[in-house]
Design a protein around this ligand. Sequence first.
Ligand SMILES: [Zn+2]
Length: 94
Amino acid sequence: MPNVCQANHCRWASDRGRLMCIEHWRLLPGAMQGAVLKAWSALPTNAQRLSNLEYLEAAADAVEFIATKEGRLTRNAFRELAKRVKAQELKTCQ
Ligand SMILES: [Zn+2]
């Protein structure tokens, strides 16, 4: 994903692969920031994060939180990726 804030319709740059610009990040509840940061810092690259269910779900929750707050609930790429990763994990467990 490009280094741009992932909150819906926001075009501000985010810092080095971080999820959101500082303005949107500040709107998140502490627990949500914590969940994103924990999963984010556990993996060194964005490619790894984008195939990690914990990170994807934390990011999807955060994006949805902002979207709901701003009344602009639209497509959530993180939620879709999370569903795909989950389906993949289910397959490999069988
Ligand atoms: Zn933003």
